[in-house]
Every structure is written in structure tokens, then in C-alpha cells.
Write a protein that binds this ligand. Structure first.
Ligand SMILES: Nc1nc2c(ncn2[C@@H]2O[C@H](COP(=O)(O)OP(=O)(O)OP(=O)(O)O)[C@@H](O)[C@H]2O)c(=O)[nH]1
Ligand SMILES: [Mg+2]
Length: 423
């Protein structure tokens, strides 16, 4: 894409300069009026600066538009047919007049009269045909002009939209939204695009599409009548335990929800200690389970609580046996009483996130939590993984502070960031 600035006294003059240099497909991206202030007013005149862009500069031959010969050909054929029909009609009319007026028995006189009448008729018919021909030509010219204008308007609209689409596509891809999803969004909105679309309306359309695709956050159901058992699963070190602490403290402190904790992460002493510390601070019970049988017992014992959070050990998604352990643990609780959150770090590279999320999808349904947003500037992967798995998005976290650095997923803020705005 070529982007240039042009300054002139009026916007039209500046646009003309742009068109002369960049061709007729040029798109005016921005218009800035320069009004001199203070003393500068005395010796400087106001001017207009435009920013113009074009996909690529076209050569003279390309920009020149050729007449539409097929239309011209059709019109000529039509004209010929009309003329022929007219001539035939006239010939017939003349024959009829002669037959009617010829006095019987005076051939010479009759010949003279007939020939002068015929000449006059012929003259009139010629004038008539000429007049019709000229009208037809006018009509033809008008039609051609209208066609040309319509084509130019259509081309301009399409080219302008293409430039805007390219700008938006580039922004989304810079923010690591997968190209497939970018194209999907742009295709969706190009169908519903109005004739007078400008950059703002296209941006608004894309923004809306992203917000709709992200959807409503799927949060923990604090009003459930039955005890809810909430599992946190995911790779090592992504922030599962910290996120449980954040959610449990917020619910305990602000909503007075009856919360209990279970940990099955018995592989590291530090892991149990970490959760015990949070449990002590919050004054809530913690049960440690070593097997699915222990889990069943803990579930039974904690059935008077509103919410029971279950911390699991970070697992490599590549280890089949470990995946099997997690699945067994989850299935100790009936589906209607449980909720599973897959915790992923926004800093993990896309290829790994794809593999992790697809592997976990084989063992359970889940909602998505993305952590460590404070450690990355690109958040396209949140959108990508949601689109790939269809799993609802729930929370994001952006720091180590318990309980502050957590919030429900904010579709508007994500859409704005993906489009290059501030959240
Ligand atoms: N910057 C940042 N650090 C975080 C965030 N959430 C958690 N952490 C840090 O990440 C590290 C690991 O957090 P844990 O909660 O222990 O992670 P885990 O998933 O439970 O880890 P394992 O139990 O070992 O699998 C800790 O230092 C946390 O303070 C976050 O949103 N942003
Ligand atoms: Mg942990």
C-alpha cells in the first residue's frame, strides 16, 4: 500500500493532486485543516492536508477506462433494426398513398403528381429518420455516461473497502489473531456492509463481530442450589493455585459464599503448603486427596458447602497416564454438580496452546481461564483458542496479587485491544 500526504488550498484541490499522482483508485484516509493561529494568520493562508492511500500505483494504461464496446455494438444493431423497420413502413405507406390517389386514365398527369408527392414524403421521412437517429444517439450517450458513472462508483466502493479491510486484517494479524479467523470475520461483515461504508463503520462492524464471537463470560454459578465442585486443571506453573486463591477469597469476602478447598496435588509438599496458607488466611477447610477414593470421601464430607474448589497438579498434556488420572478424579463428581476450568497462560505459544486445549478436550468439557496477561502485549491467542475449541471464556488474570489481579473476561476490552485501541 502507498500512503502519501498532499497539501492544497482546498480539499478538492488536494484530492485532485492525489488522484493525479496515485490514480483514480486513491482513497482519502484523513483530512486535516491547517488554520494558522496568532501572528501566523497575517502571512499564512489556511490550507488542507489530506492523507491518501492506494493499494498500488497503477500505470496510465491501466487507469484509462475504455468504452464498453459490447454496449455500443448492441445499440448500433438496435438502431439499424429501427431504421430498417421505419424504411419498410414508409415504403408501404407510400405505396398505399399512390394506389389511393392515382386518377384512372391520366397517366402523365398522374405520374407528375405522384412523383412530387413521393419526393415530399421521402424528404419528410428522411427528416423523421434523422431526428429519430439523433434522439437515439442522445439516449445512447446518456446511457453510456450513466453506466460509466455507476461502474466508477462501484469500483471506488470496492477499492476503498479493500484498503480498509487490509488495514484491519494487518492489525488483527499483528495481534496474533489467526488468519483463518480474521478472514472469517471480514467475510462475515463484507456481506452486510452498507454502500457508504467508511473506515469507522467497517471498524465498528469488526469490533461487534469479535465481541459477539467472544460471547458472554461463563462464570462460577454462585447461586446454585446444590454444592458445586469446581476443578482447575492445566499445565504446570500457569497459575492454577493462585487463581483458586483469588476466586475463593473474593467469593468468601464479598458474597459470604461457603467455600472449601480440596487439593490433589500431592506430588510436591510445597504445593499442599501453598494452598494451606491460603485456606488458613481465609479460615476455610482444606482436604488433601491422594486417590479417586479419597476424592469421593471428601466430596461427601463437604456437601454442605456452596462451592468446593479442587486444585490439581500441573500435568504435561503429553503424558497419557497423567491425563487418565485427572479424568478419573473429575469423574468422581456427577457432571451436573461439577464445573471444570482449564487454566492457560497467555504467554504460551499458540502451537502449544492448540495442543494442550485439544488434548484436554478429549477428557472433559471445560471453560477457559487465561492468566499472565500482564506478561504479554498480544492477546490474539485468547480469541484463537476460544474459536478453536468453542469452550466458553470465563476469567483473565493479570498479576500475582491475591485477590486483586483477576476479573471476568471483558469482550469489549479484548476486541478494542485486538483492533489496536486501548483496552
Ligand atoms: N505475572 C503473573 N504471574 C502469575 C499470575 N498468576 C500466577 N502467577 C504466578 O505464577 C507462578 C505459578 O503460579 P501457581 O499458582 O503456583 O501455578 P500452578 O499452575 O498452580 O503451578 P503448579 O501447581 O506447579 O502446576 C507463581 O509465581 C504465581 O505468582 C498472573 O496472572 N500474572
Ligand atoms: Mg499449583
Amino acid at each position: 500500500m502507498v500512503i502519501r500526504k498532499y497539501i492544497a488550498m482546498t480539499e478538492e484541490e488536494a484530492a485532485k493532486l492525489a488522484e493525479e499522482e496515485l490514480g483514480k483508485d486513491v482513497v482519502i484516509m484523513n483530512v486535516k485543516k491547517n488554520t494558522p493561529k496568532g501572528l501566523a494568520k497575517l502571512f499564512k493562508k489556511p490550507s488542507v492536508e489530506i492523507t491518501a492511500a492506494v493499494d498500488e500505483i497503477q500505470s496510465e494504461e491501466q487507469t484509462e477506462s475504455f468504452p464498453d464496446f459490447s454496449k455500443l455494438q448492441e445499440a448500433i444493431q438496435e438502431t439499424n433494426a429501427v431504421l430498417e423497420a421505419e424504411a419498410k413502413k414508409e415504403e408501404q405507406a407510400q405505396k398505399e398513398v399512390l394506389l389511393e390517389k392515382e386518377p384512372p386514365g391520366s397517366n402523365i398527369l398522374a405520374d407528375d403528381t405522384a412523383s412530387s408527392t413521393a419526393e415530399a414524403k421521402e424528404e419528410a421521412s428522411k427528416r423523421d429518420i434523422e431526428e429519430r437517429l439523433s434522439n437515439l444517439q442522445d439516449l445512447l450517450e446518456k446511457q453510456m455516461l450513466a453506466d460509466k458513472k455507476e461502474k466508477a462508483e462501484k469500483d471506488e466502493k470496492e477499492n476503498t473497502n479493500l484498503v480498509y479491510f487490509d488495514l484491519i486484517r494487518k492489525k488483527l494479524i499483528d495481534n496474533e489473531v489467526e488468519e483463518t479467523y480474521v478472514n472469517q470475520i471480514l467475510e462475515d461483515i463484507s456481506e452486510s456492509l452498507s454502500k457508504n461504508a467508511n473506515l469507522d463503520s467497517i471498524l465498528a462492524g469488526v469490533y461487534q463481530k469479535i465481541v459477539l464471537k467472544i460471547g458472554q463470560p461463563r462464570l462460577i454459578d454462585v447461586k446454585a442450589k446444590r454444592t458445586k465442585y469446581i476443578f482447575f486443571i492445566g499445565p504446570t506453573g500457569v497459575g492454577k493455585t493462585t487463581t483458586i486463591a483469588k476466586i475463593a477469597s473474593t467469593l468468601k469476602l464479598t458474597r459470604k459464599t461457603k467455600v472449601a478447598l480440596i487439593t490433589s496435588d500431592t506430588y510436591r509438599i510445597a504445593a499442599v503448603e501453598q494452598l494451606k496458607t491460603y485456606a488458613n488466611i481465609l479460615g476455610i477447610p482444606l482436604q488433601v486427596v491422594y486417590s479417586p477414593e479419597d476424592m469421593e470421601q471428601a466430596v461427601e464430607e463437604l456437601r454442605d458447602f456452596d462451592l468446593v474448589f479442587i486444585d490439581t497438579a500441573g500435568r504435561s498434556h503429553n503424558n497419557k497416564e497423567q491425563r487418565g488420572d485427572i479424568q478419573k478424579l473429575i469423574e468422581t463428581v456427577p457432571e451436573e454438580n461439577r464445573e471444570v476450568f482449564l487454566v492457560l497462560s497467555a504467554t504460551t505459544k499458540y502451537k502449544d496452546l492448540v495442543k494442550i486445549s485439544l488434548t484436554y478436550a478429549e477428557i472433559t468439557k471445560y471453560n477457559l481461564i487465561f492468566t499472565k496477561l500482564d506478561e504479554t502485549d498480544t492477546i490474539g491467542n485468547i480469541f484463537n483458542i476460544h474459536m478453536l475449541t468453542g469452550a466458553p471464556l470465563s476469567y483473565t488474570t493479570w498479576g500475582q496479587n491475591v485477590p486483586d489481579d483477576i476479573g471476568k473476561i471483558d469482550a469489549q476490552s479484548i476486541a478494542k485491544q485486538l483492533l489496536g485501541g486501548n483496552s
